[in-house]
Design a protein around this ligand. Structure first.
Ligand code: UD1
Length: 417
């Protein structure tokens, strides 16, 4: 298993390009299942989760052709196997995103339940409830969701909580349904909007994406299209945090701050100077950051996927901060690893009290999930001496060429095989 060895203490300085968004690319790859034509996608990041999704839809009959470095075409005219097996779904929860499109296109789908994951139980009851409201017959047996519907029908769905992939699954199912579907309490995440834009370019009739009420007028079929995936706002935020924590000065290109208001506001509160340009963000960090309290909540509030990175920042900031996690019940596993580096963190249920210390010391730590791993990288970049991060396959799921990008900014980091 690969590990990451970081020699901390070097400020990140320079320019780095941000990749396409994992959480937009994954549902958009699934959208290809909805039409019998070719979908051409660009700005696709090179990540393990993307490879997993390509393998998953590939075994369903979708022909994937790579076109250069970051583009590919998906031809789903031969889709013949609406089945997502456990051994693929268990490695990536987002596999559940095939359920809605398969059901809408094939009238049937058998998809393994994803099960729990390191950050919490994460059920998919809202996906199932919404599809049932659209007329699907659903049974859950032997760990599989088996769904059938000759044609889904439009209806009004109110989800119990804001769910990102739930909204995406239901939106994809609804584009081929009979009549109008209204999704209330919809997720407003930018990735939902990117998926809607791609679906609209394929001929779907969708309005309201980006608000909490999405209306979809079903059509008989979709056609081929081309779409460029939006930049990864979480990768962007992670590099901003890494630069802030190391007192660096970076320019991130191929990205934008328009989806990062809550994160940029908080970084400014720490004392960072941030210049948001049309397709770049420049951050200059002060010599000592001020601790900032955060509370995670659905977009446009502070993203849970940036919580761990801000915990790392607060570990070396001046003062104390409270971090409140409201989306996932078990998302503080990075805290115990940060404590091993010398951080002062006290956890009480879904609150973490972080008191900044003057320095962290390198140690061996273990990555437990994707964003937890990012916080350990940030802490390792700050810590004195060497930090060895184990189990970095989590990082490879969501950060493209992380050691190369960090090295370009001057970090002393290398992969140990
Ligand atoms: C997506 C993102 C993930 C991010 C999360 C929250 C992708 C591929 N992943 O995950 O990076 O951390 O949004 O912003 O886009 N819930 C239920 N029942 C359901 C669905 C969700 O109880 O049927 C709960 C979850 O357990 C969680 C909350 O709702 O507590 C939000 O989860 P959700 O938005 O669905 O997360 P994902 O879409 O899985």
């Amino acid at each position: 298993m690969d590990k990451l060895l970081i020699e901390g203490g070097v400020p990140l300085v320079g320019e780095v390009a941000i990749s396409g968004a994992k959480n937009a690319a994954l549902p958009i790859l699934c959208a290809s299942l909805l039409c019998g034509d070719t979908l051409r996608l660009s700005n696709i990041p090179h990540l393990n989760d993307i490879s997993t999704m390509l393998r998953l839809i590939g075994q369903m009959g979708v022909v994937v052709t790579m076109e250069g470095n970051e583009a590919l075409t998906l031809d789903s005219s031969g889709l013949n196997n609406p089945f997502a097996p456990y051994d693929m779904v268990k490695t990536m929860r987002a596999s559940i995103l095939v359920l809605g499109p398969l059901l809408a296109r094939c009238g049937e789908a058998r998809v393994s339940l994803p099960g729990g994951c390191a950050i919490g139980a994460r059920p998919v009851d809202q996906h199932i409830k919404g599809l049932q409201a659209m007329g699907a017959e659903i049974t859950v047996e032997g760990g599989y969701v088996h769904a059938k519907a000759s044609r889904l029908r439009g209806t009004r769905i109110v989800t119990d909580m804001v769910t990102v992939t739930g909204t995406e699954n239901l939106m994809m199912a609804a584009v081929l349904a009979d009549g109008e579907t209204v999704i209330e309490n919809a997720a407003r995440e930018p990735e939902v909007v990117d998926l809607a834009n791609c679906l609209v370019s394929m001929g779907a009739l969708i309005s309201g994406a980006g608000t909490d009420c999405i209306r979809i007028q079903g059509v008989d079929k979709l056609h081929g299209a081309a779409h460029s995936v939006m930049p990864d706002r979480i990768e962007t935020g992670t590099y901003l945090c890494a630069a802030a924590a190391t007192h660096g000065n970076v320019r991130l290109t191929h990205t934008s701050a328009v989806w990062l208001d809550s994160v940029v506001d908080k970084l400014r509160e720490t004392g960072c100077d941030i210049d948001c340009q049309a397709d770049a963000i420049i951050l200059k960090a002060p010599q000592r950051l001020k601790a900032v309290s955060i509370r995670t909540a659905p977009y446009p509030a502070f993203p849970t996927d940036m919580q761990a990175q801000f915990m790392a920042i607060n570990c070396v900031a001046e003062g104390s901060a409270v971090i409140r996690e409201t989306i996932f019940e078990n998302r503080f596993m990075h805290a115990v690893e940060l404590i091993r580096l010398g951080a002062d963190i006290r956890i009480d249920a879904n609150n973490a009290l972080v008191t900044g210390v003057p320095k962290l010391d390198g140690a061996t730590v273990m990555a437990t999930d994707l964003r937890a791993s990012a916080s350990l990288v940030i802490a390792g970049l700050v810590a004195q001496g060497e930090t060895l991060i184990e189990r970095i396959y989590h990082l490879d799921r969501g950060y493209e060429r992380i050691e190369e990008k960090l090295s370009r900014l001057g970090a002393r980091v290398r992969r140990v095989r």
